[in-house]
Design a protein around this ligand. Structure first.
Ligand code: SAM
Ligand code: SF4
Length: 460
C-alpha cells in the first residue's frame, strides 16, 4: 500500500489519541490566526478535533473576521461547462461512471460547445470551469485544446469568456504542458478522498483507480509549469478530519517541493447522483455544522487560498458558507453536456440551487456581497507566486474591490434585471466609499462612470 506523501499512520495516531483543546488553547490559536498570517498545520489539527459548541462559535467568528479582513465583500462567480459525460472510470459516487446505464451519454461537438458558451456569455458570465468525464481516450488533449479555443473565440455583443479553469482527469507532464500552452487558468483535480483504502473502494476500475497516479497529478502539473492548481475533497466518503489533515500534508508537500501552495480548494459535499447508491447513502455524511467547521478551519489555516463552493449547495448553505470564507461560487449552473442551450439534458447530480445567474447575483448583492467577474490578475500575468505576493500582505481587498465593482457594474449595465440593477448600483455606491486610497477611489469612480456610458473591460 503505497500512499506517497500522505502519512496515514500519523493521521490515525493523532485522531485516535488526541484530546480536544481547552478554552485557553483554542483562544490562543485563534488570537494568532487573527494576525492574518495563517496558523501552523499542527494548530489547525488542534482545531479539527474541537467539538464544544462555544469553541466552534469562536472558530466561526474568527474565520468570518479573516474573510472580511482579507477578501472584504468580494465574491467571484463562475459557471461549470460540462462537455462530455463519457467515462472509463467507475467512481461509485458519480453518475458518469462507466457502467451506469441510467444516463444518456454524449460528447459535445465544437458547434454545440459554441452554443453553450453563447448561452453563458448572454447571461453575463466571464469565467468557465471546463469539466469532462474521462472517456475520450487519447483524443482528450486535442479535444480539450480545441474546446478552449472555441470558448475563447465566442463573442456575444461585448461579452466573452476571459478565463477558463479546467477540471479534467490526471495527465502526464507532456499533457499538462499542452494544457498550459492552451492558456488555461487554474487546473483543478480533486483527490475525492485521501484515504487509500476508501479510495480503492470508491474507484473500482479505470485509470482513476490508481491512487498514487491521481495523488501526484499536481506534482506533474507544476513540473509542466502550471502554477495555479486547485485541489478538492468530495466530502462524505471518509472522516472529514482525516481528509483535512491529509489535504494539509498535500499542500505542505507542494509548498516544499515547488515553493507554491495551491491556488484554490474546492469543497463539494456528495450529492444524490443518478445511478449511484453511494451518493444516496454517503458513508460519512457531513452535516451542516461540521461543514461550517471544515470551511472555517480552512479559512483560518490558509487564508490566502481561494475556496470554491459549487452549485450543489442549497441557497441557505451558500449564505452561511460565504461568511465562513468562501471566495468563489458557481452560479446558474448545469451539470450535463448541453444543459445551457438545450432543455432535455440530464444532470450529473441533483442540484441544490436552481436559480439563474441573475437571481443568484440579486441574492448575494442583497446580502452586501459584490459579485466579481474580474479576471485582471491573470491577464496581467499575476498568477502563482505573483498572485501570492499580491495576496499575502492582505491587499486583495484593496486591489480587487475596485475591479470587482467595475466588473459588477458592467454586468448590471449589460445583463442585470431591473431589480438587480437597483440593488446593485446602490451597493456599488456604498462600497465605493469604502475604498481606502483617495486616488484609487477616484479612479474607480471614473471607471464606473465610463462603464455606465458603455465602456467595457476596465480594471486596475
Ligand atoms: N472526470 C474528472 C475527475 O473525475 O476528476 C473531472 C470531472 S468530475 C465530474 C468532477 C468532480 O465531480 C469530481 O472530482 C467529483 O468530486 C465531483 N462529483 C462526482 N460525483 C459527485 C456527486 N455525486 N456529488 C458531488 N460531486 C460529485
Ligand atoms: Fe468519471 Fe470523473 Fe465521474 Fe469519476 S468523477 S466517473 S472520472 S466523470
Amino acid at each position: 500500500m503505497d500512499t506517497g506523501f500522505i502519512d496515514h499512520k500519523k493521521i490515525y495516531d493523532y485522531l485516535d489519541n488526541t484530546k480536544p483543546p481547552d478554552t485557553k488553547e483554542v483562544n490562543d490559536i485563534l488570537e494568532r490566526a487573527k494576525e492574518l498570517k495563517g496558523i501552523s498545520f499542527e494548530e489547525s489539527e488542534r482545531l479539527l478535533v474541537v467539538e464544544d459548541r462555544d469553541h466552534l462559535e469562536s472558530i466561526f467568528e474568527t474565520a468570518n473576521y479573516i474573510k472580511e479582513e482579507i477578501y472584504g465583500k468580494r465574491l467571484v462567480l463562475f459557471a461549470p461547462l460540462y462537455v462530455s459525460n463519457l467515462c472509463n472510470n467507475e467512481c461509485l459516487y458519480c453518475a458518469f461512471r462507466k457502467t451506469n446505464t441510467m444516463i444518456p451519454r454524449r460528447t459535445l461537438t465544437q458547434e454545440e460547445i459554441k452554443r453553450e458558451v453563447e448561452a453563458l456569455v448572454s447571461q453575463g458570465h466571464k469565467r468557465i470551469l471546463l469539466v469532462s468525464g474521462e472517456g475520450l481516450g487519447k483524443s482528450v488533449l486535442d479535444y480539450t485544446v480545441k474546446t478552449i479555443e472555441t470558448i475563447y473565440s465566442v463573442k456575444v455583443g461585448k461579452g466573452s469568456i476571459k478565463r477558463i479553469n479546467v477540471n479534467i482527469a490526471a495527465l502526464d507532464v507532456e499533457g499538462y504542458k499542452k494544457l498550459k500552452e492552451a492558456k488555461i487558468g487554474t487546473y483543478q483535480l480533486f483527490q475525492e478522498t485521501y484515504n487509500y483504502k476508501t479510495y480503492k473502494e470508491m474507484h473500482r476500475s479505470g485509470p482513476k483507480s490508481d491512487y498514487l497516479y491521481h495523488l501526484t497529478a499536481m506534482d506533474r502539473a507544476m513540473e509542466a509549469g502550471i502554477d495555479d492548481v486547485g485541489v478538492g475533497i468530495l466530502f462524505g466518503l471518509e472522516d472529514y478530519r482525516f481528509e483535512i489533515m491529509a489535504l494539509l500534508q498535500h499542500i505542505d508537500h507542494l509548498e516544499n517541493k515547488f515553493g507554491i501552495g495551491v491556488h484554490t480548494i474546492s469543497v463539494p459535499r456528495i450529492e444524490p447522483a443518478t445511478g449511484s447508491d453511494v451518493s444516496l447513502h454517503p458513508p460519512y455524511n457531513v452535516d451542516d455544522l461540521s461543514f461550517k467547521k471544515i470551511l472555517a478551519i480552512l479559512r483560518i489555516t490558509v487564508p490566502y487560498t481561494g475556496m470554491i463552493l459549487s452549485t450543489r449547495e442549497s441557497a441557505k448553505m451558500r449564505k452561511e458558507a460565504l461568511s465562513m470564507g468562501i471566495s468563489q461560487i458557481s452560479a446558474g449552473s448545469k451539470t450535463s453536456p448541453g444543459g445551457y442551450s438545450e432543455q432535455k439534458a440530464l444532470e450529473q447530480f441533483s442540484l441544490g440551487d436552481h436559480r439563474s445567474l441573475d437571481e443568484v447575483i440579486l441574492d448575494i448583492a442583497s446580502m452586501g456581497y459584490v459579485p466579481s467577474f474580474c479576471t485582471g490578475c491573470y491577464r496581467l500575468g499575476r498568477t502563482g507566486n505573483d498572485f501570492m505576493d499580491l495576496a499575502k500582505p492582505g491587499l486583495i481587498k484593496h486591489y480587487c474591490l475596485p475591479n470587482a465593482l467595475t466588473s459588477f457594474a458592467e454586468y448590471l449595465v449589460n445583463y442585470g434585471s431591473l431589480q438587480t440593477q437597483n440593488v446593485g448600483w446602490e451597493l456599488i455606491g456604498k462600497m465605493l466609499e469604502t475604498i481606502p486610497g483617495e486616488s484609487i477611489r477616484n479612479k474607480t469612480g471614473h471607471n464606473l462612470e465610463m462603464i455606465r456610458q458603455g465602456a467595457t473591460d476596465l480594471y486596475l
